[in-house]
Design a protein around this ligand. Structure first.
Ligand code: GRF
Length: 211
């Protein structure tokens, strides 16, 4: 069983999609062993507790500086002994020490088709605002492995979503979640847990197709 830890910052709809996929048997060979939030009051923690998954928060506000926060955060992560760390709407830059320690074992969901609309400043609703400003007709979501460069790691999967006339950032965000994020992220965990993908020469290669 792959031990999976999910890191969150907000509402946790992606976390919910993962929880639901585990209970429905759409993710196999994986166990959700912990949820960690950088924010004490978020809905994500309630979702985790409702599913009886140990959930903790480590807030930067409780530490004197960034380094102390990062140390405490990494300690919590280590405590769960994860095989895979999933960033599901986690808005903190992942500490370098963590990326190095868990190289090839951290994935992130980003709400655009990387390499478009990603990198510094592209998070949450801002991504969808920029998509609408630029007037592209297709956007989507990407699951990628996390490396030190922001949104630069090997791409595991992507799914396209149409932009429609009259979209607001909120409407588009919802469509990208429904049509792409909530499907891709559970599938990615299932693919890793069942050995269907592997990292090779800086790229993620699919070795077995999904049924
Ligand atoms: C998602 O759009 C995710 O891709 C982005 O932040 C949002 C988080 O939503 N990074 P939720 O907390 O999973 O509801």
């Amino acid at each position: 069983m792959l031990r999976v830890v999910v890191l969150v910052s907000g509402g946790g709809t992606n976390l919910q999609a993962i929880i639901d996929a585990v209970s429905a048997g759409r993710i196999t060979n994986a166990e959700l062993v912990g949820v960690i939030s950088n924010n004490k009051t978020v809905k994500s923690l309630e979702r985790a507790r409702a599913a009886e998954i140990p959930a903790v928060s480590v807030s930067p506000k409780d530490y004197e500086d960034r380094d102390a926060f990062y140390r405490a955060f990494l300690e919590k992560v280590d405590g769960f002994r994860p095989d895979l760390i999933v960033l599901a709407g986690f808005l903190v830059a992942v500490p370098k020490q963590m990326v190095q320690k868990y190289e090839g074992r951290i994935i992130n969901i980003h709400p655009s088709l990387i390499p478009s609309f990603c990198g510094v400043g592209y998070y949450g609703l801002k991504v969808h605002e920029r998509v609408l400003e630029r007037g592209v007709k297709v956007t989507g979501a990407t699951v990628h492995f996390v490396t030190e460069g922001m949104d630069e790691g090997p791409i595991l999967s992507q799914k396209a979503v149409y932009v429609e006339e009259g979209d607001t950032p909120e409407i588009l965000q919802r469509r990208v979640m429904e049509q792409a994020e909530w499907i891709l992220l559970p599938q990615a965990i299932d693919d890793i847990a069942n050995g269907r993908v592997r990292l090779e020469g800086g790229r993620c290669v699919r070795t077995t197709q999904r049924d």
